[in-house]
Design a protein around this ligand. Structure first.
Ligand SMILES: Nc1nc2c(c(=O)[nH]1)N[C@@H](CN(C=O)c1ccc(C(=O)N[C@@H](CCC(=O)O)C(=O)O)cc1)CN2
Length: 283
């Protein structure tokens, strides 16, 4: 079997077109969705991501501001800046790019962002909304993974989904979203003995560990749907995920590539969340 490609670039293009249309309708009613992106420090990958976020905003007709600060920015100054953006009516979403410099506590930063502007969906309140099934802003990467699975009309009801990774930003919210879609969910992590025992039983695998070749062909059953959140470099310096794409795509029914899978969807869901926040603010 050769797997169907879950193409995040194509799905993003389609979804961003729809988001731009909705943004234009909202703008006609007097509200232009606005996103503030804050970057502290000069991490090269983060610089690319924030640039791409601002570019995507422009293409969707959103207002956006990019605030860049030196890595020496004090925590109190950053929190004060967030408070000001919380009070700014032109801003519907606030995002602080991670990783942050060591002297800044990311939990404090996230807690300072107003819940209704928390377009990363990282706050304790946003997490609680997800946990309890209340409407709210969902973390962009797992939300994007769900859209990729939905894009092939895959019915998760009664399916066994295995999530590899238990981070607050991907693994845990991913498991909750799959649960909400009526899948039976197993979360595996670094202390799970015999990972393959679990992945071989899976109808759906979401790999989010940050280590290449975590999932190989012998570890999956034929027909499995595989979503690869990993972003690693191989020995040749080429971008690759957590899944051995060459091997697993021979037996899977659908699989995301890296690059071009989950990554672009992360930015698309950020636009979607910002639009949702703006629509709510507009009433
Ligand atoms: N505040 C946040 N920080 C971080 C997030 C986040 O969602 N919010 N996620 C990641 C980084 N990230 C977005 O910020 C992100 C990562 C990767 C991509 C992407 O499109 N990747 C491409 C490949 C890019 C390349 O060539 O290097 C792909 O997979 O096709 C988008 C966004 C950590 N920080």
């Amino acid at each position: 079997m050769t797997a169907r490609l879950l193409d995040g670039t194509a799905l993003s293009q389609q979804m961003r077109g729809q988001i731009a249309q909705r943004a234009a309708q909202l703008a006609e009613r007097g509200t232009r969705p606005g996103l503030a992106v804050i970057l502290v420090g000069d991490d090269p990958a983060s610089q690319v991501y924030v640039r791409n976020k601002v570019k995507a905003c422009g293409e969707a007709g959103f207002h956006s501001v990019l605030e860049r600060y030196d890595a020496s920015l004090g925590e109190a100054e950053l929190l004060a800046r967030i408070e000001a953006l919380n009070a700014d009516p032109a801003i519907h979403g606030i995002l602080v790019q991670t990783p942050l410099p060591k002297h800044i506590n990311p939990q404090k930063v996230i807690a300072t962002i107003a819940t209704h502007k928390d377009v990363d969906g990282y706050s304790v309140l946003s997490g609680g909304e997800l946990l309890t099934g209340l409407p709210g802003l969902r973390p962009c990467t797992p939300y994007g993974c769900m859209k990729l699975i939905e894009s092939i009309d895959y019915d998760l009801r009664g399916k066994h989904a295995v999530v590899i990774g238990r981070s607050n930003t991907v693994g845990k919210p991913m498991a909750l979203l799959l649960l909400q879609a009526n899948a039976t969910v197993t979360i595996c992590h670094s202390a799970t003995p015999d990972l393959a025992r679990h992945t071989r039983e899976a109808d759906v695998i979401v790999a989010a560990v940050g280590r290449r070749n975590t999932v190989t062909r012998e570890m999956v059953k034929p027909g499995v749907v595989v979503v690869d959140v990993g972003m690693n470099r191989n020995d040749a310096g080429k971008l690759c995920g957590d899944v051995d794409f060459e091997g697993v795509s021979q037996v899977a029914s659908a699989i995301t590539p890296v690059p071009g899978g989950v990554g672009p969807m992360t930015i698309t869901m950020l636009l979607s969340n910002t639009l949702q926040a703006a629509e709510l603010a507009a009433g």
